[in-house]
Design a protein around this ligand. Structure first.
Ligand code: 16G
Length: 240
């Protein structure tokens, strides 16, 4: 199965071996694979070499590690278009996943100056500062840190942000959501976020900052989202 005389490095041969097991569904999505120790005994190679191969497959999104539990076969990465102004709830439902939120923080605060400026607020005006873990079928996908001017939804409370913010604005407050601007950057997960997302350090994450406006041109949210890079691919259509 593995050829020690081959010019192909051992860790790459192990990667191919594991990929074969995944594609043939001997290892199924959501199931955990044998431990590094078991592989190293079975294949007669060092644990370091096995770890190298597994880490590469984690980085490419075929496997994921759960802290203290083991390594699992991942769902194929979710392909998220960067075009429409959709909500997390809509995105997950359209793919057949059940969205849910875990509320980490809900506060009414006077925002830092940069946030107040971005949201075109007057000094002293308050925002709701909301931190939510966004799950798909109970698995954490992203953390969203959202600032919403209190003037937009004055009666916002904790129970409301356990559901969809966008449907709250559109259906309960009868406001139209207009457009948004987004910026994206790659980062390594922070210690705090690695705990919230249940991923190891170091892991790659993608940060998207979205500023969204009502159709009247008034900004209603500034959101910094941290996406698990092992769960997402972002797609955009481009034309010449
Ligand atoms: C998306 C948006 C976020 C918005 C949220 C509303 C990005 C980068 N972010 O996650 O800005 O607040 O949806 O979702 O796409 P909700 O209506 O389910 O609460």
């Amino acid at each position: 199965m593995l050829d020690k005389n081959s010019p192909v490095p051992m860790y790459i041969q192990i990667e191919e071996f594991l990929k074969g097991k995944i594609f043939e569904e001997e290892y199924k999505i959501g199931e955990n694979i044998p431990s590094e120790r078991e592989f190293s005994e079975q294949l007669g190679v060092s644990r370091m070499t096995v770890r190298h191969a597994i880490t590469n497959l984690v980085n490419s999104g075929l496997l994921y590690r759960e802290k203290g539990r083991g390594t699992y076969v991942a769902n194929p990465k979710l392909e998220q278009p960067l075009s429409g102004l959709t909500s997390f709830t809509e995105d997950m439902r359209s793919r057949g996943y059940e969205p849910s939120n875990k509320l980490i923080r809900f506060e009414k605060i006077i925002p830092p100056i940069d946030i107040a400026k971005a949201l075109q607020m007057k000094t002293g005006d308050e925002v709701f500062s909301v931190v939510r873990i966004r799950n798909a079928d109970q698995l954490p996908m992203a953390i969203e840190r959202t600032y919403i001017p209190v003037d937009i939804i004055p009666d916002l409370d904790k129970s409301m942000v356990l559901g969809s913010l966008y449907s709250l604005i559109e259906e309960r407050h009868h406001q139209k959501i207009g457009h948004a601007s987004q910026l994206m950057e790659a980062a390594l997960v922070t210690k705090e976020d690695s705990k919230l997302l249940n991923i190891e350090q170091p892991s790659a994450v993608l940060i998207i900052e979205r500023k969204s406006y009502l159709s009247t041109g008034i900004p209603f949210e500034l959101v910094r989202s941290t996406y698990r890079a092992d769960r997402y691919k972002f797609i955009s259509e481009i034309q010449r």
